[in-house]
Design a protein. Structure first.
Lengths: 997, 424
């Protein structure tokens, strides 16, 4: 219904208005035509009525003229001919006739000058002479000229001997025609004076006439039928006027006839219809033209207005369209959605947003030319939607597909939701396609999925962990509780007490490691872990690792080698503690998961590409142990993950070690990788970057005059590495790969009195081993040249034999210049004594020292008291930080040697107490060593302690060895403990705290 | 004029002298005269008849020298050039006669006793430009004019026009009614154009003289242009019918006989020689009226082309030759010769010949309007075919009216120059 009103009704109204206008036009035209015809014929009748009257008058006038002359010629019957001629000439001049005739009843004719005229006149003779009536007749002269004769009978007379009974005048038809001619019809009208039988008497045509019988002519030339012609004939016979229309020669004519009034003559006029109606037609044409012009003008004006309006509207629409397109382009450029409009028939592109080039790397022009170019971007061909599937979308409906496209230039993959709308507007169908970028959503979904999976996995892992931890914690706890019960029961049996105590200690250590790991992991996962970057020695680190690992390795009969490739710097900046933790974890696992007698290799190498300020080191731990499945490798670094197998089930572990390791490596900006095959072993690789510390220039080598050394090792690579590492020292390194060769070189040098300053021998060499080589060198060279043995093995078993053979010292592989120097330095007398003395003091460093111990936990305080007593130290206890501060402030300078400060204490914590101590006015406030003694063992805790003004950090549970080392570091071993003890015996100078003082 | 007057006197004197010599010799016995003419002409029945009658009546002998038509002009000219001109030379009074130097070779017959026997038109035909009668017209003749289908015209209630205006009127009315007013076979109407030109030069001999002296051209004669313009207009108005360019000589009969065409410009004897009987209309349906080609108001007829018997003024038997001509001009003899021959009369006393009703009916009109064939016979360099060629260019739109006139001039002058005419 709306469509009917919107579209059909206006069209119907326009058609109806047009049809009405046409009908009105036709009716008007018909009316006008009819009116014009009537007016034209009236006009024709009027004109030719006048012509007829004029002609009749002319005839009557001529007859009257002649009758008037009758008397003249009768009187002049005997007159002089000259007078008559003169009279006629005058009359001729007046009336315009062409000739004057005398006619006799004998049908003879004479002119005025007496010439005989050939005048036939036909029937007119009878009328003239018998009926004595005036006559009018046509005549053709011998010259061919046609004339019309007017004659009247007169009384018989005689002129110059010619007897006459009638007189006549003639007019040439041409003259008559001109007098009768009607100029009203532009010369197109023809008038005839005809006899009622059709014979033409006179024609008004200029130049003559070719018509002889007009009735015959009409019969032959017109479309009048015989009835019409008969009617005409009747009319003419009856002397009736008439008007008819006919076609003559294909042209419409009006034929008008009316009696002249003389005998049977008629005046007939034939005028082309066009001429008759010319004037009216002209009016009609003008009227019609005016109307048409008005219509046209109105139409043109309306059309122009419509055109202008349409043009404006079109322009406005175009502008709006352009703006909309521009806006759409801008909009589409600012979003990551692609918009396409396709024809449903041929899938040609009507529109495509220009951002397709940015988003998919396809120029918009290419896509506009052929939409199929997008198929190139399809990651998979699922995005090529079959035509049938598109056509199955309901009109005004939509359907969408998820698809992945790859950017043609960058190769970037993005996910899109392709929504296809099948639209139909005014029966024109289009596909509107929107490709919405769903990459973030997809990625988020993926992450959510991964997170969900991870959460599930973590949850599962934690469940497993809790299950495992329940077992792992309960196991040592069971031992501790059980043996504690047994200890109480067997307290009187010292052997059992020692046995129970040892087992309780072992279980406690295991339990402690479990707790440390859990806490470490917790700390790392909470993001609170930070690095404590400081200068450290790579050789020392490796040496410690060797020391730590060697007992376990020996226990399992495994071989363990440390190898250093290239010449990595010995001094590095980094978190030594964390690096140590990483490497111990890897090496411990290697030992743990390698069967007895297996092989463990530890390789340190410098990677190429290190910058000037940084060195990138690769640490490789390789074993030939049980290996891991590929599945487990994929989540080996996930927390709480442990491979379940018959073997691993027997090995204690928290499942956090590798997770901690991975997190620490990540924290240090490195990478860790694993390659493993079940039954063949595993290889862990850690790559880390370290900064170079400021190099300490030393002239040790020069000062000790070490300028030449000989190296003997069957592995030539080691020899070259040593020479490379010694390059910067200025020491010339010669090497051989056999013991015998070393002997020869040493002897040769000695013979030339250029002994080597140091000889470094590998222990296990083919042929002569290191010990035998040293013995032979000593035999030939003497005892002056220091000889060292370089080995990766435990040399304690051969130490005595080696020293007898002349070996001065041992050093562990790998070779480091610093280690080397530390090893050979004691071999020079003035340096070696002090070192040995220091070492001895360190063993008794705590003896006689006075410690201020701040510990709120009585149990911990009791344990510490017992331990300090065991070391021969004196101590006074403070229950919190405030108390410790007070005691220190009250103490005499030198009364306390060191303050051991717990951190978490009531009243005042350790950090605050340390800060107060440092800030107090005590003379030793700044110098008194304050060492944190806390269960807060993270690096951050150490840093906090340092920031609070403390000098060191001891982790609980207390390891006395560590305590001794710490004390030695701050207090040294130069003072005799007894002396110190004596000086501090004065109780009045003490703060009066608890303890053993 | 002065240049020609002196030779004329010489010729006249020589003629008189030779005639006297001939008369002197005539009484001494039979005479043999040489008569030279075209073979087909010599074989005409009336020619053989008169030759026979002469020989029988006089006992004189005639030696007929007849050449094949194609070589007649050339061989005759060679004889004349070789001094072997015949006593009597028979030739049409046309341009070709000029090569025989008619005014120098032939005896002027103005004073002969039979001159009065000639019809006016026949005499006019035989006169040269100075009014001297060059020969005795002894030939079958015809009247050229506008032959029209009177029956058809009557059926249309129309009559023959008397003026150019009426003729034009008639043509237009006929054309309006769908008839072809004038049968004008463009591909074979070479003779028609001279009908229009005749009055121009026949009525103004001075004009002809200037034209032949190459002192004036057609283009300078307005009447010529008027005629050409009329022909062009007539063709344009459709008065020649829709297909006149494709029509030729052989189509005339059909077009006229069928009533498709109403009129044509031709001669009366054509109806007896070429008009095919059995058509819708027959000879009886036709009548004669003047030719109207816009050169003379009342129209014109062209008199017949006649072979003339000319006497070699240098003939040794001049008198005998003149006697022969006088024999032929005797009513008894020419009536005997032309007995039953369809021809227009050349002699006033000619009674045995057959004259067509068309000509007879129009006798008064012919007498008033006939002109001797002037253009074709007296214009130096005139060629009917050349004129037709010029008009063909006009009809086919290759040139306009002035161009057509220019072509007529060019062809004429070219031919005159070829003929070695004086002044060209």
């Amino acid at each position: 219904m709306k469509k009917w009103f919107g579209k059909i009704l206006p069209s119907f109204l326009i058609c109806a208005a047009g049809a009405t206008a046409i009908l009105i036009g036709i009716a008007y035209f018909h009316f006008i035509s009819r009116k014009i015809y009537e007016d034209s014929t009236d006009h024709l009748r009027e004109i030719y009525g006048q012509v007829n009257r004029s002609f009749s008058s002319f005839v009557e006038r001529n007859w009257g003229l002649l009758e008037g002359w009758e008397d003249c010629f009768a009187l002049a019957g005997g007159a002089e001919s000259g007078e008559a001629a003169e009279f006629i000439a005058e009359e001729k001049e007046i009336w315009g006739f062409s000739e004057f005739y005398f006619l006799s009843e004998g049908k003879t004719c004479r002119t005025l000058d007496g010439a005989e005229a050939d005048m036939e006149l036909g029937w007119a003779w009878d009328g003239l002479f018998r009926e004595k009536e005036p006559v009018m007749a046509g005549e053709t002269l011998p010259t061919g000229q046609e004339i019309t004769v007017f004659a009247v009978p007169v009384e018989h007379g005689e002129y110059e001997g010619f007897g006459f009974d009638a007189i006549a005048v003639s007019y040439t038809n041409e003259d008559l025609a001109s007098s009768l001619n009607v100029s009203a019809f532009d010369g197109e009208a023809m008038s005839f004076v005809i006899h009622n039988d059709g014979i033409v008497l006179l024609s008004t045509q200029t130049g003559g006439s070719v018509f002889q019988n007009y009735l015959v002519y009409l019969r032959a030339a017109s479309d009048l039928d015989e009835d019409a012609l008969a009617q005409i004939q009747d009319d003419w016979t009856d002397g009736t006027s008439g008007l008819l229309q006919c076609q003559i020669g294909g042209v419409d004519h009006c034929i008008l006839y009316q009696p002249v009034g003389y005998r049977d003559y008629m005046l007939l006029s034939a005028v082309p219809q066009s001429a008759v109606s010319a004037g009216f037609l002209s009016v009609q044409k003008i009227t019609i033209n005016v109307l048409i012009s008005i219509f046209l003008l109105v139409g043109v004006t309306a059309a122009a207005i419509l055109l202008v309006r349409n043009s404006r509207q079109s322009r406005k629409n175009r502008l709006e369209l352009q703006y909309r397109e521009s806006m759409f382009d801008v909009l589409s450029n600012s979003v990551d959605d692609i918009f396409i409009m396709l024809n449903t028939d041929d899938h040609s592109v009507d529109y495509i947003s220009p951002n397709i080039e940015r988003l998919l790397g396809i120029p918009a022009e290419e896509a506009r030319a052929d939409i199929r170019v997008m198929e190139k971007c399809a990651v998979n061909y699922d995005v090529v939607i079959p035509r049938e599937e598109l056509e199955s979308i309901p009109l005004q409906g939509n359907r969408y597909w998820e698809c992945e496209y790859m950017h043609q230039s960058t190769g970037e993959r993005r996910w899109y939701r392709m929504t296809v709308y099948r639209m139909s507007i005014q029966d024109v169908k289009k596909y509107i396609i929107v490709l919405s970028d769903r990459t973030q959503e997809q990625q988020m979904n993926q992450k959510l999925q991964e997170a969900l999976t991870a959460a599930r996995s973590a949850n599962e892992a934690k469940s497993n962990f809790l299950s495992n931890m329940s077992h792992d914690i309960r196991t040592p706890m069971n031992a501790i509780v059980g043996f504690s019960v047994l200890l109480e029961k067997d307290a009187d049996n010292p052997d059992k007490v020692r046995e129970y105590t040892r087992k309780i200690t072992a279980s406690s250590h295991h339990l402690l490691s479990l707790i440390n790991d859990v806490l470490d992991m917790s700390k790392i996962e909470s993001g609170k872990t930070s690095l404590n970057v400081d200068r450290f020695s790579l050789p020392e680190l490796l040496s410690e690792l060797n020391i730590i690992l060697m007992p376990q390795v020996k226990a399992k009969g495994q071989s363990f080698t440390i190898h250093v490739q290239g010449a990595p710097p010995e001094q590095l900046l980094g978190d030594r503690l964390r690096l140590n933790q990483i490497l111990i974890n890897l090496l411990s696992n290697a030992v743990k998961y390698t069967p007895d007698g297996g092989r463990i290799e530890f390789l340190v190498s410098e990677l190429p590409g290190s910058a000037q300020q940084y060195v990138k080191l690769r640490f490789t731990v390789r074993d030939n142990g049980i290996g891991m499945s590929r599945e487990f490798q994929e989540h080996i670094f996930a927390p709480f993950s442990r491979e379940i197998s018959s073997v691993t089930n027997k090995i204690q572990g928290t499942g956090l070690g590798m997770a901690i390791t991975k997190n620490l490596v990540d924290l240090m900006g490195g990478i860790i990788q694993v390659e493993s095959e079940p039954g063949k072993g595993s290889t862990f690789t850690v790559e880390l970057s370290f900064a170079y510390p400021e190099q300490e220039k030393t002239e040790l080598w020069y000062r000790q005059k070490v300028s030449r050394m000989l190296v003997a090792d069957d592995e030539e690579e080691i020899c070259r590495d040593i020479r490379e590492m010694m390059r910067d020292t200025g020491v010339e390194v010669s090497y051989v790969t056999e013991g015998a060769a070393a002997v020869e070189r040493a002897i040769e040098a000695h013979r030339r009195q250029k002994d080597f300053d140091v000889i470094l021998l590998d222990w296990k060499m083919p042929g002569l081993n290191g010990v035998e080589t040293a013995r032979r060198i000593r035999e030939q060279v003497g005892a002056d040249v220091p000889i060292l043995v370089l080995t990766s093995y435990d040399w304690s078993e051969i130490e005595e034999e080696a020293r007898r053979a002349g070996i001065d010292a041992f050093m562990s592989k790998p070779f480091f210049t610093s280690t080397f120097w530390q090893t050979i330095e004691p071999l020079f007398p003035e340096q070696g004594e002090q070192t040995i003395q220091e070492a001895e003091v360190t063993e008794r460093v705590m003896e006689g020292r006075r410690f201020l111990v701040a510990e709120d936990n009585e149990l911990n305080a009791e344990i510490l008291t017992e331990m300090l007593n065991m070391e021969g130290a004196v101590h006074e206890l403070a229950a919190n930080g405030q108390e410790a501060l007070d005691m220190f402030q009250k103490s005499a300078p030198g009364y306390y040697d060191m303050i051991l400060m717990d951190v978490q204490m009531p009243v005042m914590n350790g950090y605050e107490a340390a800060r107060r101590i440092r800030a107090c006015g005590h003379p030793e406030a700044a110098s008194i060593p304050i060492v944190a003694m806390t269960a807060n063992t993270f690096a951050e805790d150490v840093r906090d302690a340092m920031e609070a003004g403390m000098d060191g950090h001891l982790a609980k549970p207390i390891d006395m060895a560590v305590v001794r080392s710490t004390v030695a570091r701050f207090l040294g071993g130069t003072l005799q403990a007894a002396d110190i003890h004596e000086e501090k015996k004065d109780p009045g100078q003490g703060p009066g705290g608890r303890g053993n003082a | 004029m002065k240049k020609r007057f002196f030779p004329f006197l010489l010729t006249l004197a020589a003629g008189v002298f030779l005639a006297a010599c001939a008369n002197a010799s005539g009484g001494s016995g039979s005479t043999s005269l040489t008569v030279m003419g075209k073979k087909t002409d010599m074989e005409k029945s009336y020619m053989t008849e008169i030759f026979s009658r002469y020989e029988e009546s006089t006992g004189n002998r005639l030696k007929i020298i007849a050449y094949e038509d194609a070589e007649f002009e050339t061989k005759a000219a060679e004889k004349f050039a070789a001094g072997e001109a015949p006593d009597i030379f028979i030739h049409f009074h046309n341009a070709d006669l000029n090569r025989f130097h008619a005014d120098g070779h032939f005896y002027h017959l103005n004073g002969e006793s039979w001159i009065g026997e000639l019809t006016d038109s026949a005499r006019a035909y035989c006169e040269d430009k100075d009014g001297n009668v060059l020969g005795l017209p002894f030939w079958e003749s015809s009247v050229s004019g506008c032959y029209y289908n009177k029956t058809l015209l009557d059926s249309l209630g129309m009559k023959a026009p008397a003026t150019q205006a009426e003729f034009d009127m008639l043509c237009q009315v006929l054309a309006d009614l769908g008839y072809t007013p004038i049968c004008w076979p463009a591909d074979g109407c070479s003779w028609m154009f001279q009908f229009g030109l005749d009055p121009i030069f026949a009525d103004d001999p001075g004009l002809l003289e200037k034209l032949n002296a190459n002192e004036i051209t057609y283009a300078e004669i307005p009447a010529v242009t008027d005629m050409v313009q009329w022909v062009a207009d007539a063709a344009e108005k459709g008065w020649f019918g829709p297909d006149y360019l494709e029509h030729g000589w052989s189509d005339i009969s059909t077009l006229l006989g069928s009533g498709e065409a109403v009129m044509t410009f031709i001669w009366d004897t054509w109806f007896y020689t070429d008009f095919e009987q059995g058509n819708r209309y027959s000879i009886e349906d036709f009548a004669l009226m003047p030719v109207f080609m816009n050169t003379v108001e009342g129209g014109t007829y062209e008199g017949g082309n006649l072979n003339m018997m000319m006497v070699n003024q240098d003939s040794g038997q001049l008198q005998a030759a003149l006697d022969f001509l006088a024999f032929c001009a005797t009513p008894e003899n020419y009536n005997a010769a032309f007995d039953g021959i369809s021809t227009v009369s050349c002699f006033k006393g000619q009674t045995t010949n057959i004259q067509s009703a068309m000509v007879t009916d129009a006798a008064a009109s012919i007498a008033a309007r006939e002109r001797v064939s002037t253009a074709a016979s007296k214009i130096v360099g005139y060629s009917a075919d050349d004129v037709m060629s010029a008009f063909d260019s006009l009809f086919r739109g290759k040139t306009d009216v002035p161009g057509c006139v220019r072509l007529m001039d060019e062809y004429r002058i070219e031919d005159a120059a070829k003929q070695g005419a004086e002044g060209f």
